[in-house]
Design a binder for this molecule. Sequence first.
Ligand code: SAH
Length: 394
Amino acid sequence: MKHCKVFLKPKKEESLLRFHPWVFSGAIQSFEGQPEEGDLVEVYGANNRYLGIGHFQIGSIAVRILSFQQQEIDQAFWENRIRIAYELRKTLRLTASEHNNTYRLVHGEGDNLPGLVIDMYAHTAVMQAHSVGMHLARHQIAEALKQILGDTLQNIYYKSEATLPYKANLGSEDGYLLGGDVEDIALENGLRFCVDWQKGQKTGFFVDQRENRSLLEHYAKDRAVLNMFCYTGGFSFYAMRGGAKVVHSVDSSAKAIALTNKNVSLNFPGDPRHQAFAEDAFKYLEHMGSNYDLIILDPPAFAKHKDVLRNALQGYRKLNAIAFEKIKPGGILFTFSCSQVVNKEHFRLAVFSAAAQSGRSVRILHQLTQPADHPVNIYHPEGEYLKGLVLYVE
Ligand code: SAH
């Protein structure tokens, strides 16, 4: 197949030669042909050197490279990439576990599939395209999933209305590409979660906190726990299983609180230790007492772009400062940031300032990140997005 060509400005090929998968629009010298958003384009450097093939986008990232080799992006390509991703999850022992049926099968650049996310919930794959190119390839990708996963796959839900560039005007509608109308229960470390991929946030569940939730269970015994930004209640049930005295789950979304309560009845029906509140985080933290000795802060991404980084860091500082001020002596704080543009050092600095403001003695017990089914491509360090600190507050 013939593709449009993209020629880079002098010296702009270096990041591609180091396998970084993005071409920024400012690096482009000229085009051969007129690519439309979502088209496959070939990228060339000095002396017509072939650098790779990828999806063309309108925006600051102009091309997301799918392959650095001269190859066609056909059905065999998709099957190969998805097979590699699946083999990795097998290696991680996530595909056939008695206690887990929930994992990320494709993590964008981390699986050399920039712009594509696929989460598995039992027999359902929830697929999310973040680029028009991936949107256009969705049926090929669905076919590849069927080939690789076989009978274990009964449903594919395509959910990209909120993640595709709005301006592309694709009129994309969320819906099933295979099967349909099911309610799979996700199993995570033996706990059960009702996942609403149709109306819920992201793909329906935050798979990336699996190991961090497990660690929390270890610290929960006899503690009074506040799970702030609880969404489906993930951390709360680990705390309950770990022997917490009381667990309060808070989220500003009433739908999230309804899901949390549904999940309480799946795991700990009628357990009086749990209560859930639909309230804004800052309001709740301001008026709550000082009785909690295990607090989780897992806010949504405060910064989605580089230009709002300063405000985001302020937000993290403010949030953590209230927690430091109110947590009981001997308390443990699990604090997270999932903003990609906030790096480890930024986040640590924000939490450090919050601690200093409170004047408490604080020690770092653990430094947390995303689990191995959200792998970081070594050539794309931006893929390391989840940061967490577990702190002991005297
Ligand atoms: N900890 C969760 C994931 C949190 S996602 C888990 O383990 O699954 C972030 C959550 O913060 C969302 O559910 C969102 O509804 C909630 N949220 C966003 N802004 C908020 C605010 N100002 N106060 C309280 N909750 C908020």
